[in-house]
Design a protein around this ligand. Structure first.
Ligand SMILES: NC(=O)c1ccc[n+]([C@@H]2O[C@H](COP(=O)([O-])OP(=O)(O)OC[C@H]3O[C@@H](n4cnc5c(N)ncnc54)[C@H](O)[C@@H]3O)[C@@H](O)[C@H]2O)c1
Length: 284
């Protein structure tokens, strides 16, 4: 089996691993209800951040340690809908009185359709969620980050598909390439205003997004563009990664740890990078 059926679990960090990195700092995290966004929320809370999480799906508070509940606020909404981003940012700035960190995690997969078959609705849905939302989130949050004397940080979750044309359909590939471009533009433009913006590029991660591919693949349907899917999965690039993650799957927590590093002071000279979190898949 490529993916585990229940990737989202409660995280208990070993006490020796916790530092007060986030003490009195607020992080706004999109896509917090599952996978990488949930793991990032759990990890940031363990490091004493105040976290406001945004997601279209409901949030299960049982997945948070009870001692973290007071520093967490969840707002449910579809970030592609008019007004939702401004509402989420308004709630975050009220909850914490400041915003120090933005982590854009929310994203959707495409159905592997190629340029000759992608539908208008799939193109619009994937580009809106994976590219337009993170850019508009940055637009809304940058004024708050500029106010932080010790600097503000943005981390965008892109993908191996943000560098390679051989791992997903045309819409997902274009959206993640675009997100990396937007990240680098923000890093350069605001480098002298105390804002850092970096991207992480996960390989195949053991999250619900992966389960959805696996289910679609097994079920022989679900809207997957099979011609596009086969063209991608039979290529050596994908086969190599599939083998690697069967042996040692990349967990959402491992991606969250890379995000935490980029937010930390240890990364304070790192700005505008595309950081693979993929067990070397990206070098193929
Ligand atoms: N899982 C992987 O293999 C993988 C690999 C590379 C990159 N990524 C990226 O990582 C990010 C997180 O994915 P994941 O694997 O944790 O999947 P996931 O499906 O577990 O999490 C994505 C979250 O985004 C939320 N979301 C989707 N559309 C939204 C919207 N319009 N408004 C608000 N919230 C919305 C979902 O409800 C979900 O909670 C995505 O951007 C994805 O493209 C994932």
């Amino acid at each position: 089996m490529l993916y585990t059926p229940t990737p989202d679990t409660l995280y208990h960090p070993p006490p020796s691993h916790i530092d007060p990195l986030g003490y009195s700092r607020l992080a706004l995290i999109t896509g917090c209800s599952s996978g990488i966004g949930l793991a990032t929320t759990q990890l940031f809370l363990a490091h004493q951040f105040t976290v406001v999480g945004l997601d279209i799906a409901p949030f299960d508070y049982n997945l948070l340690r009870v001692e973290d509940h007071g520093r967490f606020h969840f707002h449910r909404g579809d970030l592609t809908q008019p007004g939702e981003i401004d509402e989420g940012v308004r709630i975050a700035s009220h909850f914490g009185g400041r915003i120090d960190v933005l982590v854009n995690v929310a994203g959707v997969l495409d159905n592997f359709a190629s340029a000759d078959g992608v539908t208008d609705s799939d193109w619009d849905r994937v580009l809106a969620t994976n590219l337009t939302v993170p850019v508009k989130m940055m637009r809304a949050v940058i004024p708050f980050l500029k106010q932080r004397p010790d600097g503000g940080v943005i981390v965008n979750v892109a993908s191996t598909a943000g560098k390679s044309g051989a791992v997903a359909g045309v819409a997902y590939t274009a959206s993640k390439h675009g997100l990396i471009g937007a990240t680098k533009n923000v890093a350069w433009r605001f480098r002298n205003e105390g804002i850092r913006a970096n991207a992480v590029l996960p390989g195949a991660v053991d999250s619900s997004i992966g389960n959805r591919i696996a289910e679609n693949t097994r079920g022989g349907g679900g809207g997957v563009d099979w011609e596009g899917y086969k063209a991608i999965t039979t290529r050596p690039v994908h086969a190599l990664q599939a083998k690697a993650i069967e042996v040692a799957p990349i967990t959402p927590l491992e991606v969250a740890k890379a995000i935490l590093f980029l937010v930390s002071d240890q990364a304070r000279t790192i700005n505008g990078v595309e950081l693979p979190v993929d067990r070397a898949w990206g070098v193929v």
